[in-house]
Design a protein around this ligand. Sequence first.
Ligand SMILES: Cc1cc2nc3c(=O)[nH]c(=O)nc-3n(C[C@H](O)[C@H](O)[C@H](O)COP(=O)(O)OP(=O)(O)OC[C@H]3O[C@@H](n4cnc5c(N)ncnc54)[C@H](O)[C@@H]3O)c2cc1C
Ligand code: FES
Length: 256
Amino acid sequence: MRPITLEVTDRVKEGDGIATLRFDRSFDVSPGEFGMFWVHGVDEIPMSFAYDDGVTVRGVGEATDAMLSLSEGDTFGVRGPFGTPFDVPDDDVVIVGGGTGMAPVALLTEAASANGADVTTLIGAGTADELVFEERLSRVADVRVATEDGTAGYEGLVTGLLDDVTDEKGAPSNVGSCGPEPMMSAVLDRFDDRPGDVQLCLERYMKCGVGICGSCCIDDTGSPVCSDGPVYRGDELTNGEFGVYHRDGAARKKYF
Ligand SMILES: Cc1cc2nc3c(=O)[nH]c(=O)nc-3n(C[C@H](O)[C@H](O)[C@H](O)COP(=O)(O)OP(=O)(O)OC[C@H]3O[C@@H](n4cnc5c(N)ncnc54)[C@H](O)[C@@H]3O)c2cc1C
Ligand code: FES
């Protein structure tokens, strides 16, 4: 599949080193699906859709910094949407997000709410400046925030907030999460008696994005995250690398 060329129509700063780029074409996307975004002359990188016509980028290196420097009228390419998305609940769900994981969390929150679900969304960040989509999601869900430095909402890790919300509302029927893997692993630990009710959206090093090259396969099942995932149920992840390590572009193990 060849990349489609997109033009940036809007750029919104979301926080420190984080911006949303809207583009001139809408895609039929489900929560958790991603595209392979081609930044001209730099690299092609995976990125979740945060809107049907937009992505939210955090600058962590050459390609993401180059995306962040784009402005209205600039162009880039995309292949996709790719991947297996979240099953969207229609009863009650707690969704836990942080970092760049907020893109799928936003789409899942909106889709579950549109499906009639009672949605509680917990947003975690290091500090208040890094909180993304609080206002957007408050329109459709009970949104709570946690910051590690206490500059907004609950002071501490978002999993501490999850414990408080579970005490207050009771255990949710469904759980969804996307963000740093140690966070998702801690979320899964809290529901280890019923991991099949927990959906987790993973990031792995990706090249082809369509299940051919093997770069993104996880131990010990060999499952390609780009096509079987990025969304998995907790019972598919209990005995492998999840929460322990991932691999870099040269397939070396990098421990979390
Ligand atoms: C399914 C998926 C969805 C993602 N969604 C978002 C999103 O919505 N917003 C966002 O800002 N980022 C997202 N990312 C992460 C983003 O792809 C990486 O931050 C980006 O590839 C880093 O490239 P770089 O050149 O800026 O940095 P580099 O200097 O190349 O790398 C910085 C870090 O990113 C990792 N990385 C580099 N290339 C890849 C790659 N091809 N795949 C995965 N990790 C890589 C490196 O191992 C390193 O730890 C997503 C990743 C995946 C797999
Ligand atoms: S990125 Fe090639 S198999 Fe997943």
